[in-house]
Design a protein around this ligand. Sequence first.
Ligand code: 1CP
Length: 345
Amino acid sequence: MDLENNIFMRALRREQVERTPVWLMRQAGRYQPEYRAIRAKMSFLELCHNSQVAAEVTTMAVDMLQVDAAIIFADILLPLQCLNAGLRFAQGDGPVIDNPIRLASDVDKLSLFDIEEGLGYVFQSIKLFVKERPLVPLIGFAGAPFTLASYLIEGGSSRNFERTKAFMYQEPQAFARLMAILTDVTIAYLLAQVAAGAHCLMLFDSWVGTLSREDYESSVLPYSKQIFAALASAAPSIHFGTATGGMLDLIAAAGSTVVGVDWRMDLASAWQMIGDKAVQGNLDPTVLLADRALIKERTQLVLDKAGGRPGHIFNLGHGIGKDTPVDNVKYLVDLVRELSSKPRG
Ligand code: 1CP
């Protein structure tokens, strides 16, 4: 069977499929002993920059779980290195930005760069994976401008995004300039991933749920629309954020092929807000810390909420946690295949 007729690709087009396709955010990562063994020998950034190993890690997750799609091993923060933001991952902590944006004039200090020169190693990882596994759909991805801006402004991870929002309110012109720069970078980066062989693109606006509807609509949505308009003729796309229950209709209006939903909202209600589009989600990743009976019950519940409608792609509502038992992850993937291929009564 050719790739375009793969079950994941058909679900993206909302065709009737024989069972629900499944892949998992962070399917390659620290919950896997094999991943931890590789990370014992190199830092996270070294791993991302080593295309051979990044492609291997991508392949390892697909082979182990037998999921219906791969996501290239990389990180949404990698383009920030090229902008000279001073990205590093502190031992045991999250990311640190050594040159954060605190003043309007800091936006002009970001260095523009050539995508191929700055991020060519990611395109190389994509090429290697596609050569290795030509029949597995590969998802390329990038961080959305707001989520990337939040790391640049906060100087790392954040809980309440107060600095980011204060900058947005107090320096609207500089914020708009920053969003425009990140939009251009994101479009070029995603299109280059398709050119390298990615079959689908995912835009992670992970932290956009921190915004009110009006701020999302005025300060973020126009940029996301610009991105999906630029991708429309290149590849199908998935648009994901967390805590977006109050704005899924606006997220859907940005123009992706699929909208990703986190676990906080019931999938049927979420789908109603999203409207006429494919949907991805939305099992709570911490359910994988429970016993098999609960995993089964909650997986069935997600499938029931999707109700066998065409265009459901099963996923977690966010990434797999690092303390998740590997056997539970395998069990989940098998379960989705088994439960979703039963005729509905
Ligand atoms: O120590 C380690 O080995 C690093 C852990 C890790 C991994 C496995 C990080 C650091 N990034 C990744 C890979 C990654 N990140 C992938 C590919 C793997 C896969 O999905 O199979 C993807 C798609 C991402 C995307 C990413 N990175 C997002 C968006 C998704 C999400 O979680 O909302 C975000 C926000 C990041 C930033 C990031 N990368 C890593 C950390 C610790 C963080 C910070 C998260 C935070 O601010 O809380």
